[in-house]
Write a protein that binds this ligand. Structure first.
Ligand code: SAM
Ligand code: SF4
Ligand code: SF4
Length: 382
């Protein structure tokens, strides 16, 4: 195991079975947590497996042949996922993001997308359905996903230089195939396309300007490139503050090269600060998850591959919704939708997570995360 890698504490099994409150009112979409934050966005991890081994997420030394991924029987079925999503929609969720692991590794994902596309929010509108992918299988799947009802896609891409990219995905995957995936997504109309670049100081920060130039020149307004600060998610990536390049520096660099002006956030709970090129050649986003906390508006919940609900990306404990979906009440009958919805409502109403804000309150150079025990990102999704 490399010096920089911390042994993994397996937190996947720590999850209480949610309490079903008696006589809870039916959901009307007005749920809010202890800090007054509504529930609007559900991120659903459809697999914990991935064909990449990005060092900041699933370092090879930890996620090797000996690592035990979840067995097929633990995974929520498409019907179970759709049921949970429907109950979340009743509580006010308007946006679903499929993630993982690598979501396109889950077989027949189009079937799930089609089921989710049939759901409606509390205003009777279809939900906004999107997906985050490493792009490796997108060239093959973009059209069928769009046909099934997927509206948008976010593709992760950390470098254009093939040597840097292959080193970062750590499985020797060529950048050209991800670029083909982005082109296929554009042809299939999965727009607006977002491309996420995790910036690690000393690893790919020299790729910031080439990435910006390439997407400006080749896609203009059709692709928004977003720069994400390298985060201390999970417990296995050996995160260090000195490898974080603050977004303010990315902004300065892009401003010097291309000229930037600020845009307003479009949606409540937006994670990225939006900027546009002064010459009108498109937009970029800066996600300052480390240097500028954005917990105050955080309206996101996460559902793990095996149906555990996490209220924060940095949580160390989930809530075992699958136990309600598959379990029975004392009289042997299944829990009803109203009961499961009431349990979800109770969990959200007690939420007070604000990890990034608390971490920001620590000295910037302490180099440590607030809690050392956190669940892994590939398991609950980004
Ligand atoms: N495999 C898919 C992908 O890479 O797009 C989806 C899952 S991945 C966990 C979701 C997002 O999390 C990706 O954009 C990835 O770059 C980001 N991510 C993973 N680990 C991260 C870290 N330590 N800091 C910042 N972003 C991270
Ligand atoms: Fe896989 Fe995405 Fe994690 Fe990279 S960031 S290892 S592609 S899940
Ligand atoms: Fe939301 Fe937790 Fe991230 Fe804060 S740290 S923005 S509460 S997920």
């Amino acid at each position: 195991m490399g010096d920089n890698v911390i042994p993994l504490a397996d937190l996947r099994y720590l999850a209480p079975v949610p309490r079903v409150p008696d006589g809870a009112p039916a959901p009307v979409g007005l749920l809010s947590d202890r800090l007054g934050r509504p529930l609007r966005d559900l991120r659903i991890s459809v697999t914990d497996r991935c064909n990449f081994r990005c060092s900041y997420c699933m370092p090879k030394d930890v996620f090797d042949k000996a690592y035990t991924f979840l067995p097929q029987s633990s995974l929520l079925s498409f019907e179970e996922i759709t049921r949970v999503a429907r109950l979340f929609a009743a509580h006010g969720v308007r946006k679903l993001r499929l993630t993982g692991g690598e979501p396109l590794l889950r077989k027949n994902l189009e079937i799930l997308v089609a089921q989710l596309a049939a759901l409606r929010d509390t205003d009777g509108q279809p939900l906004d359905i999107t997906l985050t992918t490493n792009g490796s299988l997108l060239a093959r799947k973009a059209q069928s996903l769009a046909d099934a009802g997927l509206q948008r896609v976010t593709i992760s891409l950390d470098a254009l230089d093939d040597t840097v990219f292959q080193r970062m995905n750590d499985v020797g995957f060529p950048v050209g195939e991800v670029l083909d995936g982005i082109a296929a997504a554009a042809r299939a109309g999965l727009a607006p396309i977002k491309v996420n670049m995790v910036v690690k100081r000393g690893t790919n920060d020299h790729e910031i300007v080439p990435m910006a130039r390439w997407f400006r020149d080749n896609y203009g307004q059709a692709v928004t490139l977003r720069f994400i600060e390298y985060m201390d998610v999970g417990a296995s990536n050996g995160w260090r503050m000195d490898e974080v390049l603050p977004s303010s520096q990315v902004q300065r660099l892009l401003d010097e090269h291309f000229g930037l002006e600020a845009l307003d956030a479009t949606v409540e709970g937006e994670t990225a600060q939006r900027w546009r090129y002064r010459d009108g050649k498109g937009e970029v986003g800066l996600i300052s998850s480390v240097t500028q906390a954005f917990c105050r508006d955080c309206n996101r919940a996460r559902l793990s591959t095996e149906g555990k609900l996490f209220l924060c990306l940095f949580a160390s404990q989930g809530h075992d919704l699958r136990a309600l979906l598959r379990g029975h009440r004392p009289d042997g009958s299944a829990w009803t939708d109203d009961e499961v919805a009431a349990a979800i409502g109770l969990i959200w109403s007690q939420r007070d997570d604000r990890y990034s804000e608390l971490r920001s309150a620590q000295p910037a150079d302490s180099g440590h995360a607030v809690s050392a025990r956190k669940v892994e990102m590939h398991y609950i999704g980004g």
